[in-house]
Design a protein around this ligand. Structure first.
Ligand SMILES: Nc1nc2c(c(=O)[nH]1)N[C@H]1C(S)=C(S)[C@@H](COP(=O)(O)OP(=O)(O)OC[C@H]3O[C@@H](n4cnc5c(N)ncnc54)[C@H](O)[C@@H]3O)O[C@H]1N2
Ligand code: MOO
Length: 393
């Protein structure tokens, strides 16, 4: 059995990013940059107004002194002529300042009469001018390689005058849910011992949310011949094959044997963690294979801790996909056994509240929990308010 940190580190070490493609910014949300993104020019490129008001020469402007309004400046247009002492230009937010002007006075402090403007005594202290390069300078690296393109990052990229980005391919995921008892949700009530296949919905959603294209899905009983055939098909279609269930030591646990004819080589098998001990990771026919335990909470925890890092690494993420933060507990926690313990919790104003059920087969609490608390093996009990390491689930 491998320690949790070692298993995550091993996965990060053996997995390399997929190839690179160039795509339009329009299509790039959620993708990971394969190259750093640099600004084509300064932003703003010229001094621009931060307010609707009047551009003036500060040294020649005092409250109550009328100035001649000699034109209007709009965003996207350069004002044609310089202004001099005694003059002002009507200006709008984002417009380049006319040459000679160095300050903008907001229109709330202005009184217009005919072709002139005067200002009240309260127009200071703001100058309301954004200086060239005050946001970013030409050539500056605005987005690092490996960064995921969030809606905010797309704004940054477009503002740098970039239309296309180099990103890693999206990993294609195949999922096989195993278990004789599993049936499609909506059909179990009529079959006394059937169980709705629930976890494949969560795992596939998690994969999609983390950049994967889920292109293959089978729900199969515990028949190793049929499972091996499905494994072969999945390996043809996907970069990553995820298997749920059949990971433990039961007579019908075929998750690994179904890949034996395909040359499965294990990277790790069994991790000293709770829940999720039976999780395993390997390689077959040059594809990655991740085996998740059947218990739904154990499957979602291990998908969070291994599938997401795997998908992110394939897409070129350069920083660890699991970031632990120190946050206070909203209730006490008992001492930990010999395995790293992952406690499912909910964020409350007073801190992290552990879910009432910590059963690895629990399903109803999965809709409520949003954080995973990590507790080292053999650590002692903790009081309410103690700081723990946690990551969003
Ligand atoms: N003697 C031992 N027994 C078990 C061990 C062990 O070390 N020794 N490990 C336990 C742990 S830990 C886990 S976790 C489970 C996982 O075992 P499997 O991966 O083989 O899972 P299954 O037996 O196939 O299923 C377990 C449980 O989960 C339900 N399940 C499975 N798939 C789904 C699905 N897609 N949707 C909803 N529910 C699912 C299944 O019906 C079972 O109830 O083994 C322990 N046993
Ligand atoms: O650890 Mo198992 O993963 O208890 O459900």
């Amino acid at each position: 059995m491998i320690a949790f940190d070692d298993a995550q580190a091993l996965l990060a070490r053996v997995v390399s990013p997929l190839g690179i493609e160039r795509i339009a910014l329009e299509e790039a949300e959620g993708r990971f940059l394969a190259e750093p993104l640099h600004a084509a020019f300064d932003s703003p490129r010229a001094p621009v107004s931060a307010m609707d008001g009047y551009a003036v020469c500060d040294a020649a402007t005092v409250p109550g002194l009328p100035l001649d309004v000699v034109g209007a400046a709009f965003p996207g247009k350069c004002f044609p002529a310089p202004i001099a002492a005694g003059q002002a230009v009507r200006i709008y937010t984002g417009a380049p300042l006319p040459a000679g002007a160095d300050r903008v006075i907001a229109q709330e402090h202005a009184t217009r009469s005919a072709g002139q403007v005067t200002f009240d005594a309260d127009y200071g202290p703001g100058w309301h001018v954004r200086t060239p390069g005050s946001d970013f300078t030409g050539g500056a690296c605005l987005l690092e390689k490996g960064l995921r393109l969030t809606p905010g990052a797309l704004v940054t990229a477009a503002s740098a005058d970039v239309s296309h980005v180099d990103v890693h391919h999206r990993p294609v995921v195949a999922m096989i849910a195993t278990g004789d008892e599993l049936v499609s949700p909506g059909t179990a009530a009529a079959l006394p011992c059937a169980i709705p296949d629930s976890l494949s919905y969560g795992v596939r959603a998690l994969a999609r949310r983390n950049g994967a294209l889920v292109k293959f899905f089978r729900r199969l009983g515990d028949d190793v011949v049929a499972l091996a055939a499905a494994a072969g098909e999945a390996l043809e279609h996907a970069d990553v094959v995820v298997i749920s269930g059949g990971a433990s030591v039961g007579d019908r646990d075929f998750a690994k044997p179904m890949f034996t004819p395909h040359g499965l080589e294990l990277v790790f098998d069994k991790v000293a963690m709770q829940p999720g001990k039976p999780v395993w990771f390997g390689r077959a026919r040059d594809r990655w294979v991740l085996g998740l335990p059947g218990n739904p909470t154990a499957a979602m925890v291990t998908a969070r801790l291994f599938l997401i890092p795997l998908l992110h690494k394939l897409q070129g993420r350069t920083v660890p996909a699991t970031e632990w933060r120190r946050l206070p507990l909203a209730a006490s926690l008992p001492a930990v056994g010999t395995r790293e313990l992952f406690v499912r919790a909910q964020w409350r104003p007073e801190g992290l509240l552990p879910a009432t059920s910590q059963d690895s087969g629990a399903q109803s609490v999965l809709a409520q929990v949003d954080w995973l608390i990590r507790r080292p093996p053999r650590s002692g009990s903790l009081a309410k308010g103690a700081l723990v390491e946690a990551t969003p689930i």
